[in-house]
Design a binder for this molecule. Structure first.
Ligand code: GRF
Length: 186
């Protein structure tokens, strides 16, 4: 049987990872379907991409917290994802820390894409931290989300070499290429 994994994608930014996921699905390389896209940013690029791909997409007002979500908002997101039949939640640049409602509703079923080789360089703008530390190699990590941020099991990592004159913006673009390459994780 040709089972397609039902995905829910959460993102706050440009949506290039979401776009890459959709392209793999359309190419027939990823046996999945995106049931719902949710963003905490009303004009995020990910919402425009979702409209282009005709995937249901919603802006959800995150509430008053800068880095998290109000509990009621997180409960709403759980309900929306469950109503859409989502089996796996993909955090593709979602800039909020998730708490119990989502973690309990989707145990071992939330994955995150982080732009460094975890466990090194957690946190925001990891590519800048990597450059400041003088590293020669960085990359990306796809990992399960657990209650402690960045603590979940690693599903895959992909490396990107750093050149001496790389700028933060250039290195970020290189790391994003590794995030969206369909092959390195296999
Ligand atoms: C990605 O580079 C990912 O590593 C980080 O957020 C970024 C999202 O980019 N978690 P985009 O919105 O998918 O373009």
């Amino acid at each position: 049987m040709n089972k397609r994994l039902k995905l829910g994608v959460l993102g706050s930014g440009k949506g290039s990872n979401f776009k890459a996921i959709m392209e793999r699905i359309i190419d027939g390389k990823l046996p999945a379907e995106v049931r719902l896209v949710i963003s905490d940013v009303p004009d995020a690029g990910i919402l425009s991409y979702a409209r282009d791909f005709q995937v249901p997409a919603l802006f959800v007002n995150p509430g008053k917290f800068g880095t998290g979500l109000e509990t009621e908002v997180e409960q709403d997101i759980v309900r929306l994802l469950q109503e859409a039949g989502v089996e796996l939640v993909v955090l593709a640049g979602f800039m909020r820390v998730l708490k119990e409602p989502l973690l309990k509703a989707f145990p071992k079923s939330i994955i995150n894409i982080h732009p460094s080789l975890l466990p090194k360089y957690k946190g925001l703008e990891a590519w800048k931290q990597v450059l400041e530390a003088g590293e020669k190699v960085t990359g990306c990590t796809v990992h399960y989300l657990e209650a402690a941020v960045y603590a979940g099991n690693i599903l895959g990592q992909s490396k990107s070499e750093i050149m001496p004159d790389d700028t933060p913006a250039y290195l970020h673009a290189c790391v994003q290429n590794t995030e969206q390459d369909p092959f390195p994780y296999m």
